[in-house]
Design a protein around this ligand. Structure first.
Ligand code: GLA
Length: 706
């Protein structure tokens, strides 16, 4: 094959995605990001649009870093100044490195005194990784306000999608028509945020999970950030993302460099499932991706809250082990004077008032039952009522001269202070050294809009300090897994997931809410990293009551766990049903955690199909959930997409439905004994479904027949 990169243009392709960069006139422009262009890549100048009246005298194009100096009247990618000067750089190409799948573009403006390096790398999965570095090449300081990653999308992308949310209701999808103007999602939480968008996406009209062309971008960053979609009067449309910097936060000394978080671009011609598959494939190919079967978890939070007691928790552990639990996680309440959430954060020593002999007796008990032991910590936070803050009142991060408003009675520890950082590292290291802890549930329970160190904005440095803490603990204790929890799902991003092993998806264990929260979290994060627990019969967050089958069917499609007092609050029947669900999870977790996710575009919005098809196409597991009452008298046939059309499969139900879940005078034929059908018939004709009352789900297994 001849090198498709010629002269002033560079073409890279991988995993069914391509990118064409035109560097004419020293102005690198991505003229295409999307489907491969075939054997003959066109000359990029062919794509240059006509110049209209009342306009700059040269064609204006969305540069790799769109800038005012080239006539871009949209959001500039680089903002900054040198004491008022150098406010509008003219960045021109000064060098390129390229291979078949990646480009490294070097730009500079000698007058403004800045140089920028942009790296674009297509991964085997087709995911596009982009980051940039800006260096101050001048002799005076340069204050940086913004350095965005920006990607073009073609005019046929007319609808945008992002997610918002709040505590216990994360990842709410929002769609809108892309009109002229800028739709910006700003996160100013000092953490990723409950409302942080999983992706900013633009797609063809009506794109769904399984159809439409879609371009999506995610910023791998756990601090303040912006993501946007912008359409100019020219029709030119871009999606972009970058860190949201506070005034004076990044001031580059001569020679200093600022680096953006990595942005992840996903393109698909087959809807959001395709977008999702590229994220999942890329994550699964990382060396640090968890490769052992994801253990069944029991977390003590909604079982006992702060009421820690060795006898009660040992009994809970016995009950858990008996039904097949593999990891027992002791949540908040074991340290300092932590009898409630008013005090103790920062005092990472075991509280002798509740644990007179330390955690050893419980940990031994758990491990003797054959389970791993996990522990909750919240290292970046402090209560003002703690020995730590009494000793170091200046270790609270803030704007300077005053203490920020409390949130859950807590403050943020100033991790930019090296002493505070060292102290926290030592405290965590001591715990992991003293006790055989396999897993940390690492929490972060407040927004902090005024993060500061020594009176200067510090969210950027604080976020990097937290990353360094994760990294150093992982280096010292490589076998310890870490969960990223932040009041539920307020720190779910690929920045933190580069150094952690799962996310706590949401503080709600209500299965109905979870059907949606997990679906949209899993647009980005593969199910093996998405914590999903069976909570109490009546949800503590919504007071809704669900039977155990619906709760289990929902938790099955993530990293399965339990968060419920199964010793004191569950019946024998509950425990038997839970044991059966755990057996299904164990039998299917390899498929669930390595296969391709399928989300149906249901013609009936009251229902939802979720599935995972094994990588070799031999097995699949689906859940068909009735979320609300349907507008239809009887369920419409449900197609099971994603299977091999040429193979034969046996279709059966996995978890028995309670009789109270079903509302019908005659059952559909296949649910009693299963049925054998081709992948084609299942994808085209589908199957009739039982009539379910709302808030129930049928779990369907599909296995290739010999
Ligand atoms: C946060 C977490 C919960 C639980 C509590 C403990 O809210 O999201 O799962 O760990 O803290 O205080």
């Amino acid at each position: 094959m001849t090198d498709p990169s010629t002269g002033d243009q560079y073409y890279i392709e991988a995993g069914g995605v391509s990118l064409l960069l035109d560097t004419r006139d020293g102005d690198p422009v991505i003229v295409h990001w999307g489907a491969p262009l075939g054997p003959q890549v066109p000359a990029a100048d062919l794509l240059t649009a006509a110049v209209p009246h009342s306009m700059f005298d040269v064609p204006v194009r969305p540069s790799l870093l769109p800038q005012l100096s080239r006539g871009w009247r949209g959001r500039p990618a680089v903002r900054g100044d040198r004491d008022g000067a150098a406010f509008s750089p003219l960045l021109a190409l000064v060098g390129m490195d390229a291979d078949a799948t990646s480009l490294c573009v070097r730009l500079a403006d000698e007058i403004a005194g800045i140089a920028v390096l942009v790296r674009l790398a297509l991964q085997p999965s087709g995911l596009l990784l982009v980051d940039a570095e800006l260096t101050n090449t001048h002799t005076t300081a340069y204050a940086l306000d913004r350095l965005d990653v920006v990607l073009p999308v073609p005019p046929q992308a007319t609808e945008s999608l992002d997610t918002s949310g709040r505590w216990a209701r994360e990842k709410l999808p929002q769609r809108r028509r892309i009109d002229q103007g800028t739709w910006v999602r700003s996160g100013r939480h000092g953490r990723t945020g409950h409302d942080a968008t999983a992706v900013i996406a633009a797609g063809t009209l009506g794109f769904g999970w399984r159809s439409g062309e879609v371009w999506a971008l995610h910023l791998g960053w756990s601090g303040n950030h912006e993501a946007f979609v912008e359409r100019l009067p020219s029709g030119q449309t871009t999606i972009g993302a970058g860190e949201l910097l506070d005034p004076g936060e990044v001031v580059l000394a001569p020679g200093a460099t600022y680096r953006t978080p990595t942005a992840y671009g996903s393109y698909a011609s087959d809807g959001l499932d395709g977008i999702s598959a590229r994220f999942h494939d890329w994550m699964r190919a990382r060396p640090q991706h968890p490769s052992t079967p994801r253990p069944v978890v029991l977390n003590t939070w909604e079982a006992v809250y702060f009421a820690h007691d060795l006898g009660t928790l040992s009994h809970l552990a016995d009950t858990a082990a008996a039904i097949g639990v593999e990891r027992f996680v002791l949540d908040d309440g074991w340290f300092g004077h932590r009898r409630n959430d008013l005090a103790g954060l920062g005092d990472w020593w075991v509280d002798p008032a509740v644990w007179p002999d330390g955690l050893g007796p419980l940990i031994d008990h758990v491990r003797n039952l054959g389970m791993q032991f996990g522990l909750w910590v919240e290292p970046e936070m402090v209560n003002e009522d703690s020995d730590l803050i009494r000793e170091h009142p200046d270790w609270i991060a803030g704007p300077g001269g005053r203490t920020p408003v409390e949130w859950r009675h807590q403050q943020v520890l100033d991790m930019v202070n090296p002493e505070a950082w060292d102290h926290t590292l030592k405290a965590m290291d001591a715990l992991l050294t003293e006790y055989p802890i396999a897993y940390l549930k690492w929490d972060q329970n407040r927004d902090q809009l005024e993060l500061g160190h020594d009176g200067r904005a510090s969210t950027h440095e604080q976020t990097l300090a937290a990353y360094r803490l994760f990294d150093e603990l992982k280096r010292r204790h490589p076998d310890v897994e870490i969960e990223s929890c932040s009041s539920g799902g307020a720190r779910v991003d690929l920045g933190v997931l580069q150094r952690t092993d799962r996310v706590w998806t949401s503080d709600t264990n209500d299965a109905l809410e979870r059907q949606s929260i997990q679906r949209w979290t899993q647009l980005l994060v593969p199910p093996e990293l998405v914590g999903a627990h069976v909570g109490p019969t009546t949800s503590h967050s919504t007071r809704r009551t669900h039977d155990i089958e619906f709760r289990a069917a929902t938790a099955l499609f993530g990293h399965f766990g339990i968060e419920w007092d199964i010793a004191g609050d569950a019946t024998d029947e509950d425990r038997a049903s839970l044991g059966a669900a755990i057996a299904v999870y164990k039998a299917w977790r390899e498929v669930l955690h390595t296969g391709r996710m399928i989300r149906g575009d249901s013609p009936d919005p009251s229902t939802q199909l979720t599935g995972v098809v094994a990588a070799d196409g031999s097995r699949a597991i689906y859940s068909w959930a009735q979320l609300t009452a349907s507008a239809f008298e009887t369920p419409q046939p449900v197609t099971l997409p994603g299977l091999d059309p040429a193979r034969s499969y046996r279709v059966a139900t996995a978890l028995p439905l309670p009789s109270s879940a079903v509302s019908e005078r005659s059952p559909v034929a296949w649910t009693a004994d299963g049925v054998e059908l081709s992948g084609a018939a299942l994808a085209v004709l589908g199957l009739p479904m039982p009539i379910l009352h709302p808030e129930h789900a049928l779990v369907i297994t599909v296995e290739e027949t010999a």
